[in-house]
Design a protein around this ligand. Structure first.
Ligand code: SAH
Length: 224
């Protein structure tokens, strides 16, 4: 699966993809993540990618041309399943969306900055708009990194058994059960005996009950 991310601050995206599971997915050749510097597509002398808003008001607006040039170049190289604009007014990212996107071949992601991007980019090129929550960040880079991480870990072959996504919260209708590692007792706090029993079926049952309890307490909406 390939991601092309268009950003005016590509350096912001170096570290998130250079470690751990995301790094491993790229080394295994399962995921390819390419970040494009929007400024390379600026045509004017100042290499600017933004301009004043029509109608006045505060904040700069990202211009159409650099985005259009970069998007169209990429579209000339391959077909994209989705062109996603990270935006606080998009649909809120959840595990279902991540699962769905993980089945795609090629995804393009546009990162906004300043006040946002010219509406016509959204009208003409964007096929999907995704928010990572009801708050406003300075740019689309961190949201893009969140989206790519959530999607890549779901591609078959990326996670091994120990990190399997299947028992994770939101993968079914339940939150994950509490987890423990050594020591079995710390400052008087003991790990539940059942987890030390070696009884696989009973442990499975306990985990399911704990998942259910936790979901009822914290996210009853998931059980509706
Ligand atoms: N004026 C816009 C916010 C602009 S913030 C508004 O009120 O909706 C600048 C850029 O950061 C956005 O274009 C978007 O790409 C990104 N961004 C900010 N918050 C985000 C969020 N919660 N989810 C996804 N992208 C976000």
């Amino acid at each position: 699966m390939r991601f092309d991310i268009i950003s005016v601050l590509p350096d912001l995206l170096t570290s998130p993809f250079a470690h751990s599971i995301l790094q491993r997915a790229q080394k295994k050749g399962i995921a390819e993540i390419v970040v494009h510097n929007l400024r390379d597509y600026a045509t004017n002398k100042q290499k600017s990618v933004d301009d004043y808003p029509y109608g006045g008001g505060s904040g700069m607006v990202m211009s159409i041309e650099p985005f259009a040039a970069c998007i169209e170049k990429l579209q000339g190289e391959r077909t994209y399943d989705e062109i996603i604009f990270m935006s606080p007014d998009g649909e809120t990212l959840n595990q279902g969306i991540a699962n769905q996107l993980s089945t795609h071949e090629n995804i393009m992601i546009l990162c906004g900055h300043y006040k946002g991007i010219d509406q016509r980019i959204r009208d003409v090129f964007v096929t999907r708009e995704i928010s990572i929550g009801d708050y406003v960040l300075s740019g689309g880079e961190l949201p893009a990194a969140v989206l790519v991480d959530a999607v890549v870990r779901l591609i078959p072959g990326v996670l091994n058994d120990e990190t399997s996504a299947l028992s994770d919260s939101f993968q079914g209708d339940l939150l994950d059960a509490p987890i423990y590692t050594r020591p079995a007792e710390w400052r008087g706090h003991r790990v539940p005996d059942i987890l030390l029993s070696g009884h696989e079926a009973k442990i499975k049952e306990w985990r399911h009950e704990e998942s259910l309890k936790r979901t009822q307490q914290r996210r009853p909406d998931l059980l509706d």
